[in-house]
Design a protein around this ligand. Structure first.
Ligand code: ATP
Ligand code: MG
Length: 177
């Protein structure tokens, strides 16, 4: 029997639509060169799983059900260029609840035998690729994101560009701040 096509998967925080619109207006007001990330694609990656067989989905769904993360507020108040000229928003302070969620995901994934790369977690929301750095005189941004859900996404390269399909999502509760 032919095996199903592997899926490119990642866990992420999807940026809420209102916040995504505000972030994109701010970004677009700076006339950056490069390739802007579409508003509906803004997200913060928690764990990148890469190419996985479809058989892993059941285990991932159970893992999501087992995690009981807290909701938290994320303040995106810095702009950083990461890797190959990825212009990103980052928080100057990483909420402990975000770190716990990532640690729980990583250990759950490891128990499922899903290998992750060993780079340490760097929370960021990519705004544009191959982008210019912002002028140093640019005022710092201040975006407040109430994070109350995370999801499992499939990434696909379609003719119109990359598309993220939310396969499942889970609610974060019991605010810790
Ligand atoms: P494209 O690669 O087509 O330009 P993309 O980078 O948005 O688009 P993916 O490469 O599928 O799509 O990545 C999905 C998410 O996972 C993105 O947030 C990306 O930054 C992150 N990611 C991709 N590769 C890695 C990796 N090796 N380690 C950590 N995160 C990664
Ligand atoms: Mg990529």
């Amino acid at each position: 029997m032919p095996s199903e096509k592997p899926l490119r998967l990642f866990f992420a925080l999807p940026c809420p639509p209102g916040l995504a619109a505000n972030i994109c207006s701010w970004r677009d007001s700076h006339n950056l060169r490069g390739r802007p990330v579409l508003k509906n694609n803004l997200h913060l990656t928690l764990a990148f799983l890469g190419s996985q067989p479809a058989t892993v989905l059941n285990g991932l769904s159970q893992l999501g059900d087992l995690l009981h993360g807290n909701a938290f507020t994320l303040r995106l108040n810095q702009v950083q260029t990461i890797g190959h000229s990825f212009l990103c928003l980052t928080p100057s302070q990483v909420p402990p609840a975000l770190l716990h969620l990532v640690e729980d995901l990583r250990s759950g994934l490891s128990a499922l035998g899903v290998a992750l790369d060993s780079r340490s977690f760097l929370p960021h929301v990519t705004l544009a690729r191959e982008a210019d750095a912002l002028q140093p005189s640019t005022a710092s941004p201040e975006f407040e994101w109430r994070v109350d859900r995370f999801g499992l996404f499939r990434s696909e390269n379609l003719s119109g560009g990359v598309h993220y399909d939310e396969l499942a999502h889970w609610v974060l509760t019991a605010p810790s701040d």
